[in-house]
Design a protein around this ligand. Sequence first.
Ligand SMILES: NC(=O)c1ccc[n+]([C@@H]2O[C@H](COP(=O)([O-])OP(=O)(O)OC[C@H]3O[C@@H](n4cnc5c(N)ncnc54)[C@H](O)[C@@H]3O)[C@@H](O)[C@H]2O)c1
Length: 331
Amino acid sequence: MSRIFVTGGSGRLGRSVVSGLAGAGHTVISVDRDAIPAEQLPAGAEQYTADLLARGEAERLIRETAPDAVIHLAAIAVPFSAPEDVIFSTNTRLAYAVVSAATDAGVPKIVTASSPTALGYGSPAGWLPPSFPLDERTPPKPWNAYALSKLIAEQTVQMFAAAQGDKIRYAAFRPCFVISPEEWEGALTQQGHTVRERLDDPALSAPALFNYVDARDVADFLDVLLDKMDTIPNGEVFFVGANDALATAPLAGLFPRFLPGSGPLTEHLTGTSPAFSVDKARGLLGWEPKRTWRTELTPPYAGPDTAANRAPLNDEIPAGLVPAGATKETP
Ligand SMILES: NC(=O)c1ccc[n+]([C@@H]2O[C@H](COP(=O)([O-])OP(=O)(O)OC[C@H]3O[C@@H](n4cnc5c(N)ncnc54)[C@H](O)[C@@H]3O)[C@@H](O)[C@H]2O)c1
C-alpha cells in the first residue's frame, strides 16, 4: 500500500484512477482545479484543489503530502478544444511542472499520461504507419499541438530518467479512448456521443482507429505499473487499450473504408482484433485488460439503434453484430 498523488483526479479518467487505486488499498491524494463532489470521493482518498500551473503549487503540494508515487493526468485532454498554442503550453508546462516538482521532492516513482494520438493518425495530409498492429515501436508523427504536447510529456519523463539514473523510476502511458463506467450506461463520451452511437456508426470510432479502454482497466494498469516499476527499464512508454476493437465488424473490412491505402497493412486484423497492441504491457508487466464493450455496455449491444431495430425482431440480427454471450432476445 502506497500514498499516490494523482493530478487531474476529478477528470473523466482521473475519477476511475482515484477510485481504482483507493479500492486497491492505496491512499490517494487527488489534486485538481475542480473538486470531486464530496459524496463521490472514495474512502481512502483525499483531495486538494489547486492550479498546478501556479508557480510552486505542484512542489508545495507534493512536499506537504509526501507521496510514494505521482501519476500526472491533468491536461487539456481534447485536441483542438482550445487554441493550439494554449494546448501546447498548458500541457507541456503542466507535465514539466509536476514531473520536475516530484523529482526535486525525491518521489521514487513518477508516471505521466501520454496519448496514442502522438502517432499522428488523422492527419489531413495523410498518414500510414509501417505496419499494424500499432505498438510502442511505431514512429510517432504528431500533427497537432495536443499530440505533440503528449509526445513531449513522454520525453519529459525520459529526460528526467536520463538525468537521474535509476534512483527515480519514470514511465509514460498512452491510454486509448477512455470509457468510464457511466459511459457504458449511456453518458456522453469525451467526443460528445454515446458508446452505442460509436458502435452503430463506424465513422465515429474510425478517427481513433477503433481504439478504446475501460477507465477501470487503466486504473488496474497503473496499479500494476507502480508495483513493477523497479523491475523494468526506466522511462518506458506503454499503450493501454482493450483486447478488441470498438467496432461490430472486423477491422480488416473497416480500415480500407476509413484509412486510404491501409488495406494491405490491415488485412490480418480479422475477428475482433484491435489496431493497437498491448503486448509490451502484457510482457513487461503481466497486465491484461479485463473489460470489453461486449461485457460492459448496458444494456448489451444488439445491433444498430435504428427504428427498424427497436421494433420487435423476427429476423436474424446480422452476423457480427451479436456480442459474445448475448442472444437474439437480449433487450
Ligand atoms: N480520455 C481519453 O480518452 C484520453 C485518451 C488518451 C490520453 N488521455 C490523457 O489522460 C489524461 C486525463 O484525461 P481525461 O479524459 O481524464 O481529461 P479531463 O479533461 O476529463 O481531466 C483533466 C483534468 O485535469 C484538470 N486540470 C487541467 N489543468 C489543470 C491545472 N492547471 N491544475 C490542476 N488541474 C488541472 C482538469 O480540471 C480536469 O479535471 C490527460 O492527460 C489526457 O491527455 C485521455
